[in-house]
Design a protein around this ligand. Structure first.
Ligand SMILES: [Zn+2]
Length: 329
């Protein structure tokens, strides 16, 4: 759509030098690990899974998020899959969220062959296709579990070729972060019924996401030669985001972002950059492109030590830390 590009370009040109320049920022938000980041027990209980889903979508509804969500169809209990899985997928689609494949079982490519990986991609597709095609839509997006794209050249290339052959568009991530780590600590605080701790985790999450943006905004201009690209934010479907995502939305809007669809974000020329990065870690595409462009990677900030410790420990460890006054900043 060159006309739209031209209009955006003109708008950007007119705004140069004014504080309103930041208004041209865009981001596509993605939520991974549907049906939900929850215990197996919860995912085997249709009433609980649907309540988690409905509450999350009720939170998103007023935010005009244009989100895309990525599904692990195998995470729903087998006994419930035939009815619960379509109900979850339809609820997300009814809420205006697009859906993509995240493999059936959130598998780790480092532990299996490309053939086994692609078989799990295929296993994740039928339920998604059924739900999307009933609405005249097609399954197009794929997001790699753990953002692992292959730890050897052979695996990387075999998976990329297999995904392309199946017609998938890979959904990269630029704003990578560890919302899942905060979400794990938040779930533990929920188990403890500790509202003050939940509040501290939520506030620490929003503060951390601010430092992540402080890092990635200027860093991303190193790849484009001075322009901030349309960003793609990775988050997860969790109780943390059910309760705190509105503050993440507000954080982005305060910095001049508008939320766009993944389709719109992917029109940014930065995404025509090839991903030839081969390593054993799941990282932002900004880092991949920085390294393959021959520049030094500058990593995003680490989460607070107390969040890392609470993520690594048990619920009992966290209760002990609360008692000792160390479960907080
Ligand atoms: Zn995932």
């Amino acid at each position: 759509m060159p006309s739209r590009r031209l209009i955006l370009g003109l708008a950007a040109a007119l705004l140069v030098g004014s504080p309103a320049l930041a208004q041209t920022r865009t981001v596509a938000v993605t939520f991974d690990d549907l049906p939900y980041q929850a215990t197996t027990e919860a995912l085997c209980d249709p009433a609980r899974t649907m309540a988690l889903t409905r509450d999350f979508l009720a939170m998103l509804e007023p935010l005009d998020s244009h989100a895309t969500a990525f599904v692990n169809t195998g995470k729903v209990c087998e006994a419930q899959a035939a009815t619960l899985l379509p109900a979850v997928l339809n609820a997300w689609l009814d809420a205006g969220v697009d859906l993509g494949n995240h493999t059936a079982n959130h598998i780790n490519i480092h532990r299996i062959t490309p053939e086994e990986y692609l078989a799990d991609v295929d296993a994740g597709a039928p339920a998604l296709r059924t739900a999307l095609e009933a609405r005249g839509r097609t399954l197009r997006y794929f997001r790699h579990p753990y953002l692992f794209t292959g730890d050897t050249r052979e695996k990387h290339d075999a998976i990329a070729a297999g995904l392309a052959e199946r017609g998938y568009v890979i959904a990269p991530v630029t704003i990578d972060n560890v919302d899942w780590m905060f979400a794990d600590v938040y779930r533990k605080a929920e188990q403890l019924g500790d509202e003050a701790l939940k509040q501290r985790v939520g506030e620490a999450y929003v503060a951390f996401m601010t430092t992540v943006l402080d890092h990635f905004e200027p860093y991303s201009t190193g790849i484009t030669g001075g322009r901030e690209p349309a960003q793609i934010l990775l988050l997860h479907a969790s109780t943390l985001n059910r309760d705190w995502y509105p503050q993440i939305d507000a954080l982005y809007r305060a910095r001049g972002y508008s939320f766009v669809t993944l389709d719109q974000a992917l029109m940014d020329p930065i995404y025509s950059h090839a991903d030839t990065y081969v390593r054993r870690n799941g990282i932002s595409w900004l880092h991949r492109w920085t390294e393959t462009d021959g520049k030094p990677i500058r990593w995003e900030p680490d989460p607070p030590a107390w969040i890392v410790a609470a993520n690594e420990g048990t619920v009992e460890d966290l209760a002990a830390a609360v008692a000792a006054g160390t479960a907080g900043p």
